[in-house]
Design a protein around this ligand. Sequence first.
Ligand SMILES: Cc1ncc(COP(=O)(O)O)c(C=O)c1O
Length: 339
Amino acid sequence: MATNSVEIESAEDSKVHVFSSSTELLEKLHQKWNSVEKPPYPAMYSSVYGGIILDPAMMVIPIDDHMVHRGHGVFDTAIILDGYLYELDAHIDRILVSASRAKISSPFPKSTLRTILIQLTSASNCKKGTLRYWLSAGPGDFLLSPSGCPTSAFYAVVIDEEFSQCKQGVKVITSTIPMKVPLFATSKNVNYLPNVLSKLEAEEKGAFASIWVDDEGYVAEGPNVNVAFVTHDNELILPFFEKILSGCTAKRLLELAPKLVENGRLKSVKTGNITVEEAKRAAEMMYVGSTLPVLPIIEWDETPIGNGKVGELTMALSDLVWEDMVAGPETHRLKVPYV
Ligand SMILES: Cc1ncc(COP(=O)(O)O)c(C=O)c1O
């Protein structure tokens, strides 16, 4: 008897609730969001809705979107700092390159994507955070071919988050997770499973993140960052971008770093092939990416890089990019027209 009653209870416990109306569902979602002190996503845009959404309960994308169930989507991220969008045009250009490699035609021309992103940031009233956006083959059906998805989709969200110039050194490991082949590594598509596993592997081994090495033994990139080295001859070198993501921050660093050549602190600035052996002998090593913007690396596979301390040139390069982010020319920083 006792066993039966337990069985009956658990059957009732596992009964799935059917929402009788969208009002009931929304009430439940609002309860959840109302218990949060400050919603982390102040605004979202969806081309499926055709507008900007401020209610986090409604910040959703359709389950039959090809990006959701087939990974047929691309994305990009730009940062918002002191009310400015940094390198927005470079990030929009990159999502359009990614989209063309994924055979996704944007529902809007570049100028419209840009104005949507600016208006979204303005509506969010967020002065510091990230702006993430996606181009997708769009909703339609659950088949492999996107031919049943009549219109591609554009989604974007503003994330209210804190970040500051990184100054502490981190440890990294060589990733054992296979890196993506160039067609996929050079575009920012939503298939980030290798990147996630690579980051997890590093965390499991007590490191911050990992480094991918390509099939020819050359240093490639980190799971969501580029990597750069300063040699003992004071040369700044970044791996070629042919097989990896062309980082907007890394490219801006390459434009800014010659200032350190002019003042004699660096001898040269270049991209090139770097073997793991050469890289591990570098004087300084760093990650380069949007929110860092430069993160010193002091140890790789338990071997110190240089003297095992945060490098002076790494910090000089970090200062250059950080200053560009907070006070650089308006060709690289767009003032958001908040209302
Ligand atoms: C794989 C990968 N490499 C490098 C980067 C750095 O690019 P960015 O400087 O544009 O943030 C990112 C982040 O977007 C990335 O996902």
